[in-house]
Structure formats: C-alpha cells, structure tokens
Write a protein that binds this ligand. Structure first.
Ligand code: ZN
Ligand code: ZN
Ligand code: ZN
Length: 388
C-alpha cells in the first residue's frame, strides 16, 4: 500500500486527497461505483484503508470522509461535515457555543453555555432547546448555588443523594454529621440536624414591620413578615426593584421560628378579618414584588403596631409559662427602632434596639393555639409569603 498521493483511474476526474492521512488501497474504483456515488452527491476520490472503503468528497461542502462501499451502493451516505455544520448552527440557535462532537458517542456533543461552563448533551436535546421546547441547565452552576444555599445555614453540600432521590442531596452539618436533606428545605434553612440535634424551629426568629417605598412609581406599602435571616436580605427576598427602599420600622424577637411563623400567620388572619381595608389587593403589587399577600396600606400603621404589641404580650406570656418552673424574668423581646437607625437595618441587632419589656405590667392574656396541624411546612409555605 502507498500513502495518500495517487492518481485515479482514467474514467474519473482526477482529484486529490493528498492532505488527508489516508492509506490508499490499490484496487480499481469501478465506474458503477463512481456513478452511484455521483447520483448521491458524492465523488469517489480513491479506495482507502482496505478493499471495503472509499474516500468520498461531498458535493455540497467539498469535504472528504471515508465510507463503506456498501453504504455508497445501497444507502445514502451522510457527509459528517455537513451534519456537523448543521449541529453547529443548531447550537447557535439554541444560544450555545459548539465545542465539538463527542468522539465516544455519535449522538452526543459538547456545548459552551452562556455562564461559561461546558456541557455534554444529546444533539437531539439541543435541537429541542433551539426550538424552544426545553431549557438547558448548567449542573455546575446548580451545584454552586446549592453549595451557597447550604452554607448560609451551616451545612456543606457533599453530593447527590446516596438513595438516588433527585430532590435530595447529601449534606454535612457544622458538627460533622452527614445526612440527606431535600434541596427545597435547605434553601430555607428548614432542616434539623440528627447529629447534634440543632433544630431550625428552635432557632431565634423575628417578626418585622417593613416600610416599602418606590419613589418612581409612588408606591408606599407596609409589610409584616417573619425571618430568621439578616435584615439585609429582605429586599432581595421580596424581589423588589433596585431603587426601592425598605425601612425596618420594628422588630419583634421571637423565641423560635415556629413561634414567629404561628404568630405572624394568626396576625394576618386577624387583620384581614377585622381590618380588611388595611390590606392591599395582590393585583396592585404583584408585578412590583415577589410576595402573594400581607401587604398593608401606610394608613394602617397604628393597627399594625397594635398587632405587634399584642404579639409581644402573647410571646412574653408564652415564655413565662414555659419558664414558670424557674420563675425566670420575662425576656426582652422587642423594640421599636430609633428613628436615627431606620436606614441602617444592620444596627438592629446591636445598639439601635431600644430594648424594653413591654409586657411587664400588662395583663396576661391566654395564649391561643395558632398552629395549623395540617401544615407540616409552615416556614416553607409562609416564609415572607413568597411565591415559589
Ligand atoms: Zn458535506
Ligand atoms: Zn454554569
Ligand atoms: Zn449537627
């Protein structure tokens, strides 16, 4: 056998594959082969590799590929270069960068995502992305996001769920204990550690009264809500426009997230029953922020302050009952925030809180049961009234 340079038999147009690393097979290219190939929009350049293969030049793109003679004679050869340029175009339409075929699997290729990561996908899947029927997701970015979500609550994302549930991951708590947790639950910090016993419902939480303004659209609302997270994240959580301002008017410290959830829920129910005019209809703000309810008119400020006064009494009484054995003094549960600290929500945890014990000297009220036993995930469902 000789390598590449050759001349074709007389009955074929002389062509060259001298730039290809092909081993030429010395056999004759039969005229009926050449005619059949030509009818199928290919030209046979030479017999290559062995007696079964020929080098074909595509009449569309001019590129050369190797095909079995039997394919030329009995089927329609496909030009891999034309196929690849179609795939490249599909990737472009799908908003991706073509990175090349997967040499291991003919149905797969590599694509560059807008986030900068590369992924391997089935070509037919990318065709559906291009047609808009499905969206492509980046596993790398997803993992990074889940890692960040977990670390906010003292957990480390380790990997997939060892039991194979797509909604779960394996996490390691700060104490070293590893356990499976549903991704959606950890996103909200809603997870108890079976190792050290730390419970999300037992963590301190807060009920906030927020003043939300958007000068551009002259919007002005009040919002009640609870959170165990830093105040600085409220704006982000509420999905407000960048130029909106959020002022924390008041913070009521709650002994547990469960208490915060239950009291906030009860307060909203009571307000909508007794002061329906204080509530802003959802249709008025749904395009403005990412909440479904619990938005109030600014004129209802005093009603909301009264509501928080009442929660303070209830929570103080509840703590007193819990601690009745030890006859502990009622904790300092709340404060109205000093005016000069209003624009610095971070300061609420230190000096800005004008701590007092409002319940002292006030009559005890019976604590009413406020949890809904049918609601197993109150935080998830009620947390800031977010749409999910
Ligand atoms: Zn071609
Ligand atoms: Zn990514
Ligand atoms: Zn733990």
């Amino acid at each position: 056998m000789l390598k590449t340079n050759f001349s074709l038999s007389d009955d074929l147009t002389p062509l060259s594959v001298s730039d290809l690393p092909l081993v030429v097979h010395p056999g004759k290219v039969h005229v009926h082969w050449a005619e059949t190939a030509h009818a199928k929009r290919f030209d046979i350049l030479a017999r290559v590799r062995d007696r079964l293969h020929v080098a074909l030049r595509c009449q569309s793109c001019g590129d050369v590929h190797v095909s079995r003679v039997s394919v030329v004679m009995t089927a329609q050869p496909l030009c891999p270069h034309c196929v690849e340029s179609r795939w490249r175009q599909t990737a472009l339409t799908a908003g991706l960068t073509w990175r090349g075929r997967d040499p291991e699997h003919r149905h797969y290729a590599y694509y560059g995502l807008p986030c900068g990561h590369d992924v391997r996908r089935q070509v037919s899947f990318v065709e559906r992305v291009a047609s808009g029927t499905v969206a492509i997701r980046c596993e790398n970015c997803l993992v990074h996001r889940e890692e960040a979500e977990a670390s906010r609550f003292g957990w480390q994302r380790i990997g997939r769920d060892p039991q194979g549930n797509a909604n779960y991951r394996l996490y390691r708590h700060g104490c070293g204990h590893e356990q499976r947790i549903a991704v959606a639950n950890l996103r909200w910090g809603q997870c108890d550690c079976a190792g050290c016993g730390e419970s999300w419902t037992a963590k301190p939480s807060y009920i906030y009264l927020l003043d939300i303004r958007h000068p551009q659209t002259k919007r002005h609302y009040l919002k009640l809500g609870y959170s165990s997270h830093p105040v600085k994240r409220h704006k982000h959580q509420l999905g407000l426009p960048k130029n909106a301002t959020v002022e924390v008017l008041r913070v009521v410290a709650m002994p547990t997230g469960h208490d915060a959830c239950a009291h906030e829920k009860a307060a909203h129910a009571r307000l909508s029953r007794q002061h329906p005019e204080a509530l802003v209809p959802n249709s008025e703000y749904q395009a403005f922020m990412n909440v479904v309810s619990e938005i109030y008119r600014p004129v209802s400020l005093s009603i909301l302050q009264d509501t928080l006064d009442r929660i303070e009494v209830e929570i103080t009484d509840a703590v007193r009952i819990r601690n009745s054995d030890t006859a502990a003094a009622p904790p300092q549960t709340t404060s109205r925030i000093h005016t000069d600290a209003r624009n610095n929500p971070e300061s609420q945890s230190s000096t800005a809180l004008n701590n007092r014990s409002p319940a002292r000297g006030q009559p005890r009220r019976r604590r009413r049961p406020m949890t809904d036993p049918r609601d197993p995930n109150p935080i998830l469902r009620r947390h800031w009234g977010l749409t999910r």
